[in-house]
Design a protein around this ligand. Sequence first.
Ligand SMILES: NC(=O)c1ccc[n+]([C@@H]2O[C@H](COP(=O)([O-])OP(=O)(O)OC[C@H]3O[C@@H](n4cnc5c(N)ncnc54)[C@H](O)[C@@H]3O)[C@@H](O)[C@H]2O)c1
Length: 355
Amino acid sequence: MILDSASGGYPVLIGTNLNRELRNVITRLDPTGAAIITDANVRPYAAKVAKAIKRAGLKTSIHAIPASERSKSMAQLESALAFLERNRIDRGGCVIAVGGGTVGDLAGFAAAIWQRGVRLVAVPTTLLAMVDSSIGGKTGINGLKSKNAVGAFWQPAAVVADLASIKTLPAANYRDAFAEVVKYAVAMDRGLFDLLQRNSPRLLERDTSMLERVVFRCVAAKALVVAKDERDRGPRAILNYGHTAGHALEAATGFRIAHGRAVAFGMRVAAQIAFAMDLCSKRVVESQDALLEAFELPHRPPHANLNRVLAAMAMDKKARRGKVAWVMPRRIGHAEIGHSVPGALVRRVVKRSLA
Ligand SMILES: NC(=O)c1ccc[n+]([C@@H]2O[C@H](COP(=O)([O-])OP(=O)(O)OC[C@H]3O[C@@H](n4cnc5c(N)ncnc54)[C@H](O)[C@@H]3O)[C@@H](O)[C@H]2O)c1
């Protein structure tokens, strides 16, 4: 599919064993040089990507960062930029990010600032990167204490999502990504919700043809809102469904909980609040619960202090002067942004959800 962006459309290819398609993408972009950024775990897959690039008649080399969220750091950014410099990537060159969201965010940011911006080809290798982080143009690294504090909007020139790479993904990372998938379904896409409901066992077994349908729908959903609001100043906030309480739980537990689990918690909290405010029916709460359960995203979060979670919520970067704007489900497939919720209700629901 072709996605729109202010800087022009770009292709997103989703399928299995896409090395030939990748070669064609590179040939079409016709860069003066190509440099691959990956992480230590994904290196074997990056080597295959390197082969495809060489077949397109280009020299390339691979820079592997340590496989850790801590790699979204100033030090790793500096070493990625030094790698681009060593490889003489000029303004006509391109960076190829092969990996999950960690690699994508760091490599994307390096591409955004190197030579004031060179083209980026994203080759996402995690489910989360395919359905979320490789689309939408947010790139960046962490601040000393805050996540994703330093960054830039930089849209890719192409995205090549090869589902074959998902096979080797650790089980927990794969399963947790379904929190974001369920998010798209509940907030934006009823048809996706039905598809997930009917096919959770096949998806948990990583059936590639089913995955292809799911990834396609998620990318389409994200693309739709990003096209309306590339810089995240309005409607894009719908993608924040489940993230208000989710981020707060992550912050309150020192980021020891997986992001997907935190988002699942956050979606449960948001739906219960919406029900209490008469914004949605009990069925919405229950069917979302059942779907999260089907993807092994359990009810019970790790122990977290209620006051810490509430304090973190007020600090949320999406809050304006301490006022949190909630994204609320109205029915399956449709959520609304910008709801304010009485503090006492938030406290009551979060308390119950943490018990
Ligand atoms: N830019 C955005 O819009 C956006 C959106 C969501 C998340 N993110 C960021 O994404 C990051 C999380 O991304 P993630 O969940 O993809 O995790 P990740 O990139 O940290 O990868 C998780 C682990 O899986 C390994 N891995 C990756 N692909 C593999 C494969 N095919 N086979 C085997 N192992 C593989 C990695 O080496 C790593 O150890 C966070 O830093 C988050 O902030 C960014």
